[in-house]
Write a protein that binds this ligand. Structure first.
Ligand code: UTP
Length: 289
């Protein structure tokens, strides 16, 4: 069976980023840099690698740095050319004409609401959602792996990652059914379950492939955990109506909306680099000794 291809990706970037103040006071957290690229660029590259044709940013305040980052900077390029400098560092920023698109979330009412703000551009087709503050490092990328799984089962495919018992109250949690390799049937979803009540240790990281019906549900979705309109609550209503699976990522997740996670991402990615890896490794060793 063939399923409708996933051509569009929604990247919500309208959150307040309060866990990363003061850095995020005047700048969106998605512009925070891991080694030499802002988080947002990692997410866009992951989406393009997975075959996404249209990127839809849901922005809020302080969006201009994001927009500028994906524009061509003629001034910068001309000056660099005139000085004989390589433009290779600017590669990966060019997208197809018509992409990206920016929609506005006027009030930060929650992730579910942010996704719903993209409904008119998503239209009537399956779409991906990537939360750029979660950096997913793997080959191929997380979304590519999920698209491959979606080609086999269709419906909704969301990320799934095991966490410790003490962590389950921080995340959306999957109630698992049958397991086939990296795919787990989802029988229920619960957002931030109280300690000791989680149906499993499988949390939902910030990667989703969803059917457009979720937009109709979000339209009337009431506020949930934390007084926010939760994507998890809307997705939960699709279970039983459409195929719904979790996909366990073969790779690493870094929560860069969190200060410790962000430092870990910088260290891990810097150590993998051919250019700066040896220097950083040497420094880290000396520091720990
Ligand atoms: P978070 O839960 O990390 O919230 O959002 P936040 O506001 O960005 O950060 P903290 O907790 O205050 O530090 C998860 C994702 O959903 C987006 C965020 O931009 C992030 O990508 N989001 C969240 C929105 O776009 N709008 C919202 O109303 C809430």
């Amino acid at each position: 069976m063939t399923f409708k291809p996933v051509r569009k990706a929604v990247l919500p970037v309208a959150g307040l980023g309060t866990r990363f103040l003061p850095a995020t006071k005047a700048m969106p957290k998605e512009m925070l840099t891991v080694v030499d690229k802002p988080l947002i660029q990692y997410a866009v590259e992951e989406a393009l690698e997975a075959g996404i044709e249209q990127i839809i940013f849901v922005t809020g305040r302080n969006k201009s740095a994001l927009e500028d980052h994906f524009d061509i900077s003629y001034e910068l390029e001309d000056t660099m050319r005139a000085r004989g400098k390589s433009l290779s560092a600017l590669e990966g920023l060019r997208q197809k004409p018509g992409s990206p698109v920016y929609v506005r979330q006027q009030e930060p009412l929650g992730l579910g609401h942010a996704v719903w703000c993209a409904r008119d551009i998503v239209g009537d087709e399956p779409f991906a959602v990537l939360l750029p503050d979660e950096l997913m490092a793997g080959t191929p990328g997380f979304l590519s792996q999920m698209v491959e799984a979606y080609r086999q089962v269709g419906g909704n495919v969301i990320g799934a990652l095991e966490v410790a018992d003490s962590e389950t109250d921080k995340y959306g949690i999957i109630s698992p059914g049958k397991v086939y390799g990296r795919l787990t049937e989802v029988t229920a979803l619960v957002e931030k379950p109280a300690r000791g009540t989680a149906p499993s240790n499988l949390m939902i990281p910030g990667r989703y492939i969803l059917q457009p019906e979720v937009m109709r549900i979000l339209e009337t979705q009431e506020k949930g955990a934390g007084g926010e309109i939760q994507l998890t609550d809307a997705m939960a209503q699709l279970i039983g109506r459409q195929p719904f699976h979790g996909y366990t990522f073969d790779g690493a997740r870094y929560d860069c909306g969190d200060k410790a996670g962000y430092i870990q991402a910088n260290l891990a990615l810097a150590l993998q680099r051919e250019d700066i890896g040896p220097v950083v490794r040497e420094f880290a060793r000396a520091l720990l000794n």
